[in-house]
Design a protein. Structure first.
Length: 276
């Protein structure tokens, strides 16, 4: 079995296990370089190269920095490692980005050029829904179609229909969750509002929302603050949940919530979108 096959086998395993990593691929070399075009390596978030090889220290630092950045924003990038004289000819400095390429200086005696494509592979984003209301069930179904890993948490007695979810939790005690960028929505609509909100604000997430009016959220906020919940944690909860689309039905409300989550999920990435 070749190193290439071993790398791609591990890529498949890590994707199936929903692990975050970077696949770095050498796409071009000029002059003498340690690695050749087609060489691949898998890089974990901590910077460990767990499989493959893309050369020695001449390119490693630049590629690892690009890998960290790619995992942070979810965007692939190209890294071009070149000797100082070639960078000068191009009019770029080490660390500069131009036309989607980040340039780095090759300090090694080989003085070769290596272009490396750095591709982040991230687990499916996580949507945690507390409650089993009609909006919650519709939200779960729509989110699954958009590729979210969905967890629905609600007392079994409140669940009238089996939610379309990856994980079902009986009650609001969430326990270990899918490790990915996470979004939390409380859609209890009168059944366990306080308990669900208490669990929601204790869960680390990029987005917290409550399906209900501002007045109802304000009343719940006062009750939970009286019970010792930090006001700052409750103030992070968006209420009412979703963009103001004039939604009326549970399906429309769920769509408006997913639209708002999409804005948060893609924040910082839209500038890289191709304009047509």
């Amino acid at each position: 079995m070749t190193k290439h096959v071993e790398v791609m086998d591990l890529v498949a395993q890590m994707k199936a296990a929903e692990e975050a990593f970077v696949l770095a691929t050498v796409v071009r070399t000029v002059s003498v370089t340690a690695a050749k075009a087609g060489a691949k390596a898998i890089i974990r978030p901590d910077g460990t190269i767990v499989a493959g090889w893309i050369g020695g220290g001449c390119a490693r630092g630049a590629v690892l920095k690009a890998a960290r950045d790619a995992l942070a924003d979810g965007e692939p990038r190209m890294v071009s490692v070149q000797p100082e004289n070639l960078l000068a000819e191009l009019g770029v400095k080490p660390g500069e980005n131009r036309d989607g390429v980040r340039f780095a200086e090759n300090m090694c005696p080989s003085k070769g050029t290596m272009d490396v494509f750095v591709e982040p592979v991230l687990p499916h984003p996580s949507l945690v829904i507390l409650g089993a209301s009609p909006v919650a069930l519709s939200l779960a179904a729509q989110a699954r179609q958009l590729g979210y890993h969905v967890t629905v948490a609600a007392p079994a007695a409140d669940v009238s229909a089996t939610p379309d979810a990856d994980t079902l939790v009986d009650g609001f005690a969430l326990g270990p969750l899918h490790e990915a960028k996470r979004f939390v929505v409380v859609s209890t609509q009168g059944k366990g509002d306080e308990a669900a909100l208490r669990s929601a604000v204790a869960t680390d997430a990029a987005y917290h929302a409550f399906v209900g009016s501002r007045r109802k959220m304000a009343a719940l906020r006062d009750k939970l603050i009286a019970e010792g919940i930090e006001a700052s944690a409750l103030d992070r909860v968006k209420a009412p949940a979703g963009l103001d689309l004039g939604a009326i039905t549970p399906e429309e409300i769920a769509m408006s919530i997913l639209a708002e989550i999409t804005v948060e999920r893609r924040r910082g990435q839209r500038g890289a979108a191709v304009k047509v």
